[in-house]
Design a protein around this ligand. Structure first.
Ligand code: ATP
Ligand code: MG
Length: 158
């Protein structure tokens, strides 16, 4: 299905912003241009839901979650950053492995199965994109992913 990414993304962020119980601020910096992406909306929603719920789960009281997006060489790159506890450098690539969780004790408390990012990676790859993370331990985490885009929705009858 061809979807305008900004509309799609904003709708998901809105849903979290309205329902979140934590005192965490959302900041969006999304472009005005339209970027059309050929996606399975349910699957992409699952990916973004997991990234945002992780960001909220690990955010401190009063923290900020930032959403932004840029364009490069036929791809859009989406960036979701939090100011949470972060991930130690040696573990950063493992968070995309099935059932991997950085700190077992802490994670048990936080709930979840450790499958979210593994599934997200499969789905982003299946859409022709890549996903990765950067983190400063104790300071915050940023999840990046890319998707190939088109500048129009391909419907010549409109
Ligand atoms: P599930 O998503 O299945 O409910 P989960 O959130 O623990 O469980 P993933 O989403 O795959 O699993 O994340 C894997 C692990 O990566 C998490 O358990 C956590 O240790 C770490 N992690 C993911 N996102 C963040 C983040 N924003 N800040 C700090 N740690 C994170
Ligand atoms: Mg998760």
């Amino acid at each position: 299905e061809m979807v305008e990414f900004n509309v799609f993304f904003n709708r998901i962020i809105d849903r979290f912003e309205m329902s979140k119980s934590q005192n965490v601020h959302f900041e969006r910096q999304l472009p005005k241009e339209q970027y059309f992406v050929e996606i399975d909306p349910d699957k992409l929603t699952q990916v973004i839901d997991n990234i945002i719920s992780n960001a909220l789960k690990y955010s401190p009281e009063g923290g900020k979650v930032r959403f932004d997006m840029m364009e490069q060489d036929g791809y859009i790159m989406i960036r979701i950053s939090d100011q949470g506890m972060g991930i130690p450098k040696e573990n950063i690539d493992k968070i995309f492995d099935r059932f991997y969780r950085v700190d077992r004790a802490r994670s048990r408390e936080m709930g979840g199965t450790g499958l979210g990012l593994a599934i997200s990676k499969e789905m982003i790859n299946a859409h022709g994109g890549v996903i990765w993370a950067e983190s400063q331990y104790g300071r915050g985490t940023t999840i990046y992913f890319t998707l190939p885009y088109e500048l129009d929705d391909g419907d010549e009858w409109e």
